[in-house]
Design a protein around this ligand. Structure first.
Ligand code: GUN
Ligand code: ZN
Length: 439
């Protein structure tokens, strides 16, 4: 899809060139902050970024300049782990992981056998994502191929950069959701052929988690991964203690949970493991060595009572961390809400998250860990024009708080603690305005 429109957005700009580190002050050279900047967009990509005063003389006559002074533009947010098929079971009361799956999740996912439902929920999910400033996500569909066709088709229609895949499960779930072991692999191959690399779409192999796949299905998934290094992989790891006991009983030949995935060749630089709460340093080191990433899903971990993710233990092992909503276990699609929960989990662990680290994580950090940083994650020439326009005065309370900010980091922190969908004035993706907050 081409977009021949060109325009300039004028606002305060924030983008990262490197990890800002854990200190209160960001590492030298990590932050690109322009108080009165311009982003020149051409054909869906960023053509130039500069001080507005320096950019203005370069602009073609008559180009549209959208004046967002007073607002802050960052790269579009990225959600590294989310289930679109669970949108309508968010906020289901009182269960931890395994009962929550059986009582709420699996019955809901059965509904995605129907094309009309999958299409309607794909549109609803994308509307919600764009409303909170998320322009890219790595998405679990259901085990029905039609759920993947519907999601990719809706994403392509909007020219979004999205990763997604069909859930692979061949046991310990309702029959209506279970694959015939190799049939699920053949369906996956068909979906890869139809969607991987089309426009801005990428396929993520999606074995749900160790308990719902036989060794044969995990091995066959590893075979697909070996055959095509451009594929992604997403699954769950060490989220809940009941899950850990179950995995140990199901795979007595594996020395730990991670080994179940290693033995099938599923741990690589494009692999995302959601949660990873109950790990030891040796497992974190093994993940780091392979270049995999752990998706930190703080609102889900609190909601399902799964535990407190140890972010600094992962960083100590140089293990990549990504930030994710994990809706429907998560309580909010918003990246800002994810950062708020991450800060709260961090406080309980004595490792509070700085605003620098949080906004880096939602943008370039997630892009790098997902190997998407050649396309998205920075405001820089050549990058795809996926942007969020944040309003630090979106509500009377936010306006009061940010009026007192003495620094950008205070404003960012206020946005991450007090912000929500109302703080997102506009969301742009592929150079197109995809969402504007109602007046
Ligand atoms: N583990 C296996 N499936 C799921 C799921 O759908 N959500 C979460 N949070 N954990 C899982
Ligand atoms: Zn999940």
């Amino acid at each position: 899809m081409t977009n021949n429109d060109s325009r300039v957005l004028r606002a305060e700009l924030l983008s990262f060139d490197a990890d800002p580190g854990e200190d209160d002050a960001p590492a030298e050279g990590s932050v690109c902050h322009i108080v009165d900047g311009g982003i020149w967009i051409e054909n869906g990509r960023i053509h130039a970024v500069d001080d507005y005063a320096r950019l203005a003389p370069e602009l073609p006559e008559g180009i549209e300049v959208i004046d967002h002074r007073g607002k802050l533009i960052t790269p579009g947010f990225i959600d590294s782990h989310v289930h679109y098929v669970q949108l309508e079971i968010m906020a289901s009361y009182g269960r931890q992981l395994l009962d929550w799956l059986n009582d709420y999740t699996f019955p809901e996912e059965c509904r995605f056998a129907a094309r009309a439902h999958a299409e309607a929920l794909s549109e609803a999910f994308l509307d919600e994502m764009l409303r909170v400033g998320t322009t890219t996500a790595q998405v679990f569909c259901s085990s029905h191929p039609i759920s993947v066709d519907a999601f990719f088709s809706a994403s392509r229609q909007r020219d979004l950069r999205m990763l997604a895949g069909k859930v692979l499960m061949d046991r310990h779930a309702p029959d209506a959701l279970c694959d015939d072991t190799l049939g699920g692999i053949r369906d996956t191959e068909r979906l890869i052929g139809d969607w991987h690399g089309k426009g801005r779409l990428g396929y993520s192999l999606t074995p749900r988690f160790a308990p719902t796949s036989s060794r044969a299905q995990l091995d066959a998934t590893g075979g697909l991964m070996r055959n095509d290094a451009s594929l992604w992989l997403q699954t769950h790891l060490a989220e809940n203690t009941g899950e850990l006991d179950w995995v140990a009983a199901l795979f007595p030949g594996s020395r730990d949970y991670l080994a179940v995935y290693e033995q099938s060749g599923l741990v690589g630089p494009r692999s995302t493991f959601a949660h990873g709460i109950h790990l030891d340093q040796a497992m974190r080191a093994r993940l780091a060595e392979r270049g995999a990433n752990l998706a930190f899903c703080p609102s889900s971990n609190l909601f399902l009572g799964s535990g407190l993710f140890d972010r600094l233990a992962a960083r100590e092992m140089a293990l990549n961390i990504t930030y994710a909503s994990d809706v429907g276990g998560g309580t909010d699609l918003s990246g800002l809400a994810t950062l708020k929960a991450a800060y709260q989990v961090g406080q309980l662990r004595g490792q509070p998250l700085t605003a620098w680290q949080g906004f880096y994580g939602l943008t370039l950090g997630n892009a790098r860990a997902l190997s998407l940083d050649g396309h998205i994650g920075r405001l820089a020439p050549g990058m795809e024009a996926d942007l969020v326009v944040l309003d630090p005065a979106a509500t009377p309370l936010l306006a009061r708080r940010t009026a007192r900010s003495r620094s950008l980091s205070e404003t960012l922190f206020a946005l991450m603690m007090l912000g929500d969908d109302r703080s997102v004035a506009e969301t742009w993706a592929g150079g197109r305005l995809q969402h504007r907050r109602a007046a």
